[in-house]
Design a protein around this ligand. Structure first.
Ligand code: PAF
Length: 278
């Protein structure tokens, strides 16, 4: 497995690849959810193709009071997850390799980013789009795999690829969950034992809401369920159209239920489908 720390070293590896090159962009702290993304990238790449994982804790997508410095960077464990899950290369640049000190060009999606996490984390999706666009330019993947756990991010990346004509197939991978239903996330490691015990109530509350017949009843049911979660402070709960992220007017249309909840000091997000009801 190739480990490339610079753009030049990665491009040397890339230029002799034939077949599909499937990118799994990550910020490291890889868990079994990431391992599943890499394994699915491996299948997608096929026998003649290659899988590249990028590991870069992207400073521009963190707000001033967020966890950029504290974000875990367990390099040896990450390299192991990549190797055992079928990666052929890891691109692990420094911040200086990605952003020149005077960088002044950004990529900004202006509609889908204005809601949900975009409201609570101003500038977050600008940072995500900018770094993903740069990774696409450096890696030149034929495909890229993103987790559906970050549903809004996935919708925004699809929009960016469509609107800026990136020749990259975007593949969403279903959310990987712990046995108790909690969505796998690097941030779960921040939870105390008592908070970790409470966190699965997010998914349970969302599933209870998804049974309801109207969007308003879905959101109200989830809100009531969340009110009973110890240590919880709700950021948002919304039923939206799965692609446009506009409020879901009717449960006759397929939708998505998205939520962000602080458990203690840790902000967790989750989403589930809202299949159409007749
Ligand atoms: O989902 C993530 O881990 C990050 O937002 C991404 C896509 C790697 C960009 O930094």
């Amino acid at each position: 497995m190739k480990v490339a720390k610079s753009v030049a070293a990665f491009r040397n590896w890339r230029k002799i690849r034939t077949g599909r090159v499937v990118l799994v962009p990550t910020m490291g702290a890889l868990h079994h959810g990431h391992a599943a993304l890499i394994r699915s990238a491996r299948k997608l790449a096929g026998r003649g193709g290659s899988v590249a994982v990028s590991i870069f804790v992207n400073p521009t997508q963190f707000g001033p009071n967020e966890d950029f410095s504290a974000y875990p960077r367990p390099w040896y464990r990450d390299a192991d997850v990549c190797r055992t899950s079928g990666a052929d290369a890891i691109f692990v640049p420094s911040a200086g390799e990605i952003y020149s000190p005077e960088h002044s060009v950004v990529v900004e999606e202006s509609t889908l980013s204005a809601t949900l996490c975009g409201q609570s984390r101003p500038g977050h999706f600008r940072g995500v789009c900018t770094v993903v666009a740069k990774l696409f330019n450096i890696v030149q993947p034929t495909h890229a795999v993103f987790g559906e756990k970050d549903w809004q991010q996935l919708a925004i990346i699809r929009r960016m690829v469509r609107d800026l004509d990136f020749p990259v197939g975007i593949v969403g991978h279903p959310t990987v969950r712990e046995p108790d239903g909690l969505a796998a996330s690097s941030r779960n490691g921040y939870l105390s034992a008592a908070e970790r015990a409470a966190a699965p109530m997010i998914y349970a509350g969302m599933r209870a809401g998804a049974e309801k017949k109207s969007s308003a009843a879905v959101v109200a049911t989830v809100g009531r369920a969340f009110a009973g979660i110890p240590f919880a402070r709700v950021d948002y709960v919304e039923a939206v159209d799965a692609d446009s992220l506009a409020p879901l007017k009717s449960r006759r249309m397929p939708g998505r239920l998205l939520a962000a909840v602080f458990i203690g000091g840790t902000r967790l997000i989750d989403n589930i489908p809202l299949p159409p009801r007749t």
